[in-house]
Write a protein that binds this ligand. Structure first.
Ligand code: DAK
Length: 629
């Protein structure tokens, strides 16, 4: 279903942050709390910082006026939820209270409305049971601060309809978030390893392995973070860490028991940790090994349990926690053999409550890396959406991306259900910001040649996959990114898209087909101007040049790309594939050769069931559904 109107129940810190995120993305949001002063406080929480951004020149007053006009406060549940397509509860973290809120909302919401809970520790399945629509209930776990932090866990309860998860993933992307689907397990994906990571830091202190300053400094170095666990607890609230650890302890047993020192700090000392002092580098290694061992062990287990994928766990760490790398990328960087050894040490201490993933044991034995695909393939009916999924580097093309692209293109090409491919980039900033400059910087001539061959091959495979390919250019399409788009059959661009071939500013020239495909599309003179000057050009200019078919408002880009793909997908797949080949072939040869090719191709269509079926249906005035045969 399409989500246009959103209701947020609860105007506290999380509720107002969630409401702000939706209103900023253009959604109408009704925010409900129990008292007028709470509703008003929620509004102020949103408006205050936004007005400050106006003073700092970071946004316009009109923009903020628009956001505030889309936010409607009320104390009346009926008023809040009656027209909503999505109802999000973000009230106090208490099962009874949340159930009451959902039960009340059930009485007033439309039959088709989706209910989402922002719980971080309760069971989505239990909460769903309090509603009249358990199949339409899921978790939508935003991370603090919800208006800014891009991570959202989309949690499927036991009865959640998979289409509801899809809708929530889509709406999360539409508001600029990075959604990761997870199962309904304690701590979902991120808190499952993050909370014990914090707890382990306190255990290290309790056992006298190191002091607060040393643990924070070692953690900052090992995880590439701005704040160590103790400093972070002070910012987010030490009691919250204890509460979260207790939840996990109840679910998973002894290895997750809150550190006694943490309980003491909250219940006896009742204050923040004392920071400061000089770190002792001699103790860094012991601290790092323990923190890494706990993190790796839990991350590998939760993937084995099917809570989330390794790629999504890493995304949770980098996007939600701002770690430099996710646990799986860290294991690959250090070698899984060493990672396994660190995990085995933690396991030796806790036994059954800290089981070791079988997959980690298998990989570790061979020191083989985790497979972390950087290109996602998602099927929607007859359309395969391929998303370059490396947002932290603006989806730059490195060898791993190119290999993964090849693999996914081959999978989509071989899948008889798939009739059309759509290629896009993860996140709202970039389609693909070019080949990876950091990895190219030190290449020798021979290495550069190998890399170029790989890029040309992967992109050519996309071009020749036999099925139409639509590029949905959602942001920067620079260098290799533009070159990849040029190999697609049709390019749709968002109004935020920006194009360039900046290679000559880097001492090289386009190498993934830019010097060949661009002149064929826009003529040699224009292509040379764009290549020689390396200047950026926007989507409107790209359209005027005939480089893109159409320019679409950013929020509608995927909808338009899917509509186009579906319009193609309902036609005879073999005929469409042969037409693609005829057009492409014809562009490279003289007219007579092209016509001869067309003659052979179109004749082949008469050997298909779809030709027989659809022409017969025309004659008999009936219908024929294309089979791709
Ligand atoms: N490679 C590697 N990392 C990149 C990248 C790229 N092309 N583009 C962006 N990133 C990384 C940034 O380094 C940054 O990483 P951290 O600093 O956070 O570690 C992160 O993505 C976010 O980018 P920014 O912080 O720079 O984001 P901004 O919004 O400030 O700027 C930008 C966005 C797109 C304007 C800027 O990132 C930029 O100028 N990027 C480079 C764009 C570019 O020049 N692309 C063309 C690359 S050359 C060949 C093979 C291939 C090719 C040619 C020959 N042979 C081997 C011969 C093809 C060449 C190209 O594609």
């Amino acid at each position: 279903m399409a989500i246009h109107k959103v209701a947020v129940l609860g105007a506290g810190n999380m509720g107002s942050g969630i409401a702000q995120a939706f209103a900023q993305a253009g959604f109408d949001v009704h925010v409900r709390d129990v008292k007028p002063e709470l509703v008003q406080k929620g509004r102020e929480r949103i408006e205050g910082p936004l007005r400050k951004r106006v003073e700092q020149g970071k946004t316009s007053a009109a923009e903020v006026d628009g956001i505030m006009a889309r936010l409607h406060g009320t104390t009346d549940v009926h008023e809040a939820v009656k027209d909503a397509d999505l109802v999000i509860e973000a009230v106090f973290e208490d099962l009874k209270v949340k159930k009451e809120v959902f039960a009340e909302a059930s009485k007033h919401a439309k039959a088709g409305a989706i209910f989402a809970t922002n719980t971080s520790s309760l069971s989505v399945t239990d909460l769903a049971a309090a509603t009249d629509r358990p199949r339409q209930v899921a978790g939508l776990h935003f991370f603090f601060p919800a208006a800014v932090n891009k991570l959202v866990e989309v949690v499927a309860g036991r009865e959640t309809d998979p289409r509801v998860v899809d809708d929530l993933v889509k709406v999360s992307r539409a508001i600029g978030k990075v959604p990761i689907p997870t199962a309904d397990a304690y701590g979902f994906a991120v808190n499952r390893f993050f909370v014990p990571w914090v707890n382990e830091a306190v255990r290290l202190l309790e056992e006298g392995v190191a002091d607060v300053a040393t643990i924070d400094a070692a953690a900052k170095e090992a995880f590439g973070i701005g704040m160590g666990p103790f400093e972070l607890m002070n910012v987010t609230g030490v009691p919250i860490s204890l509460h979260a650890e207790r939840t996990l302890h109840a679910g998973f047993g002894a290895a997750y028991e809150p550190a006694r020192r943490l309980v003491h700090q909250v219940e006896v000392e009742k204050k923040d940790w004392t920071l400061g002092g000089a770190p002792d580098p001699a103790r860094f290694e012991a601290v790092k090994d323990r923190l890494l061992g706990v993190t790796f062990g839990i991350a590998a287990r939760l993937v084995e349990e099917g809570v989330a994928t390794a790629v999504d766990v890493d995304k949770g760490a980098t996007v939600g926690l701002r770690w430099a790398k996710g646990p799986f990328a860290m294991m690959n960087a250090m070698g899984t053999k060493k990672a396994l050894a660190l995990v085995e040490k933690v396991h030796a201490r806790w036994g059954a409550s800290f089981p070791v993933s079988q997959e980690l044991r298998r990989l570790g034995a061979a020191n083989a890396p985790w497979d972390l695909p950087l290109v996602r393939l998602e099927k929607e009916g007859h359309v395969a959406v391929l998303t370059i999924d490396r947002p932290e580097a603006l989806n730059a093309l490195n060898p791993k991306v190119l290999h993964d692209l090849q693999k996914q293109v081959q999978a989509a090409a071989a899948d008889p259900e798939v009739r059309v491919l759509v290629v896009t980039g993860e996140g709202q900033k970039a389609f693909i910001a070019g080949a990876d400059i950091k990895e190219m910087a030190t290449k020798s001539v021979a290495d550069a040649r190998r890399f170029t061959e790989l890029g040309q091959r992967a992109i050519r495979e996309l071009e020749l996959c036999g099925k139409p390919v639509v590029a949905a250019v959602n942001g920067f399409a620079f260098g290799g990114g533009l070159e990849l788009a040029l190999a697609c059959d049709i390019i749709l661009a968002s109004d935020k898209a920006l194009f360039a071939l900046p290679e000559v500013t880097l001492g090289i020239h386009p190498g993934f087909g830019g010097t060949q495909r661009l002149p064929r599309l826009v003529g040699p003179q224009k292509a040379k101007e764009l290549i020689f000057t390396a200047r950026r050009f926007d989507a409107a200019e790209a359209k005027a040049l005939g480089l893109v078919l159409d320019v679409v408002p950013a929020a509608d880009l995927m909808k338009r790309a899917m509509a186009l793909a579906n319009a193609i997908a309902k036609n005879a797949p073999i005929a469409v594939g042969l037409a693609k080949a005829s057009v492409n072939r014809g562009l490279d040869v003289d007219l007579n050769t092209g016509l001869a090719y067309e003659l052979e191709a179109v004749s082949q269509c008469f050997a298909t069931e779809d030709q027989k079926g659809s022409m017969d249906a025309f004659v008999k005035k009936t219908t024929w559904e294309m089979k791709g045969k």
